[in-house]
Design a protein around this ligand. Structure first.
Ligand code: PRP
Length: 285
């Protein structure tokens, strides 16, 4: 039987959320400790636990078919590999940073300076775009220490909470890339695998839509109903059901989690009462 091979990060910041999204798609995998490969029980999927930096090459070679990977890694090492979905987790930036004590004068600051990084291709592309010449020094870990020990004038690395920069007395001066986890696709998929991929992508889309939305229920006096309904988007339109108490209705709708508080405030102002907000597990449109 044909199975789709998916690579996820073996350990690190994407690992847990990658497994969670697969699970939320209703796919069960036995996740034994130190296991490098696992098969799904109820979907034609095999999971490979790999090192982040190796995944782009595996995709290029068609050794794995798809991967959940940071866009930052794809930009750095995955030239020519496309992704089909942004997955909404592991958000971070790839940024340039310098010592807090330095005065940043704009990107010219880096002219003929040394930048320590594990993202040499990303940095080179940026400096070429800006038309400046710098010395890019590749190191594979603890990049933030480089300016403090005199190894470089600045660094380029992932910034998430910003605490590593802060602890090392550095300040972010330019953002080269905003990144999040994405679903990347090998260029070498057979038609049969494409078909399995479509099913997998459909499930992911439903999970993501659910995660980005809230189901709201409220009681509305009938004389204010029209006004309240105007505040609600709903998938098609809100559901309105009569309550046992005359003159009142129950209104149900789906709202985006990003507009959530604004809409709730408006509903209250317009006379809605007893507002309940529930998470949505999946949303199939
Ligand atoms: C990354 C990166 C930074 C840090 C930034 O390291 O290299 O050091 O995260 O995160 P922050 O802004 O939240 O402090 P990570 O812990 O992922 O491990 P790595 O060194 O293997 O990249």
């Amino acid at each position: 039987m044909t199975t789709l091979r998916i690579a996820i990060q073996k350990s690190g910041r994407l690992n847990e959320d990658s497994l969670k999204i697969i699970k939320d798609c209703g796919i069960s995998i036995d996740n034994g400790k130190d296991q490098l490969k696992a098969s799904a029980r109820n979907f034609p999927l095999e999971v490979f636990y790999l090192r982040n930096g190796d995944i782009p090459q595996y995709l290029k070679d068609g050794v794995v078919d798809i991967a959940i990977i940071g866009e930052n890694v794809l930009v750095e090492k995955g030239e020519g590999i496309q992704f089909t979905q942004r997955l909404g987790f592991s958000k971070c930036k790839v940024s340039l940073a310098i010592s807090k004590n330095e005065t940043y004068t704009g990107f010219d600051f880096f002219t003929n300076k040394k930048i320590a990084t594990s993202y040499p291709n990303t940095v080179k592309k940026y400096v070429i775009d800006k038309g400046i010449s710098t010395d890019v020094h590749i190191i594979n870990g603890s990049v933030e220490i480089a300016p403090n020990i005199g190894l470089a004038d600045g660094i380029c690395d992932i910034v998430s909470s910003g605490s590593t920069l802060f602890k090392n007395n550095l300040k972010e001066v330019a953002i080269l890339l905003e990144s999040e986890a994405v679903l990347a696709i090998s260029p070498k998929l057979s038609n049969e695998k494409q078909r399995i991929l479509k099913k997998f992508e459909f499930r992911i889309e439903s999970v993501l839509k659910g995660r980005n939305s809230k189901y709201v229920l409220m009681n509305a006096p009938n004389n204010k109903l029209q006004d309240i309904l105007k505040a609600l988007p709903g998938m098609r339109s809100p559901t309105v059901l009569p309550l046992a108490e005359e003159g009142w209705s129950s209104v149900h709708s789906v709202i985006s989690k990003y507009q959530f508080w604004e809409i709730i405030d408006e509903l209250k102002e317009k006379g809605a009462e007893g507002i309940l907000v529930c998470p949505i597990e999946k949303m199939v449109l």
